[in-house]
Design a protein around this ligand. Structure first.
Ligand SMILES: [Zn+2]
Length: 162
């Protein structure tokens, strides 16, 4: 399989992970501000969690099952203000990682914002954060783990997007 690391690949995979999390269909309610999703979650005793993040937005989601047994998700995409988005982009790294699954190779790409003071430290932390994320999100599906994942690229998002 040809690795196709990039923004679209990364977000597609994130979206799949989200859909597969429950393994079943769910009704999705989209709201347009943070207060609305918090009110929705509070009324149902659900927790609001961050499910997706890229350099220009953060997506929050809460999930509840109503008395009729219908699973419903409430989703809110927070568009990060442009100035802050550009600062985040400057701090974002794209990390491509690979591991073996039987005789095949499985690729994962994540965009992360590492902490650190030197370039070497930032890159090292970007790999650590990305491998932890991939392990958390994909271990049950393809066996990816922090032990088996190897980075094949660690690039500043600014360089990545040209
Ligand atoms: Zn994998």
């Amino acid at each position: 399989m040809t690795p196709a690391p990039g923004d679209r690949t990364a977000s597609r995979e994130t979206a799949r992970t989200t859909d597969d999390a429950s393994g079943e269909a769910a009704r999705v309610v989209v709201v347009h501000d943070r207060a609305e999703i918090e009110a929705w979650a509070r009324a149902r005793g659900a927790a609001v969690r961050e499910v997706d993040e890229d350099w220009e937005s953060i997506t929050y989601e809460a999930e509840a099952v109503d008395p009729a047994g219908v699973r419903t998700r409430c989703r809110y995409r927070y568009p990060i203000p442009r100035a802050a988005a550009l600062r985040r982009l400057a701090r974002t790294y794209v990390v491509g990682m690979v591991h073996d699954v039987g005789r095949a190779r499985c690729h994962h790409v994540r965009r992360v914002i590492p902490v650190g003071t030197t370039e070497a430290e930032l890159r090292r932390n970007a790999v650590l954060v990305a491998s932890a994320l991939i392990d958390l999100q994909r271990h049950g599906r393809c066996g990816a783990s922090v032990v088996t994942l190897t980075p094949y690229t660690v690039v500043s998002a600014l360089e990545w997007e040209g």
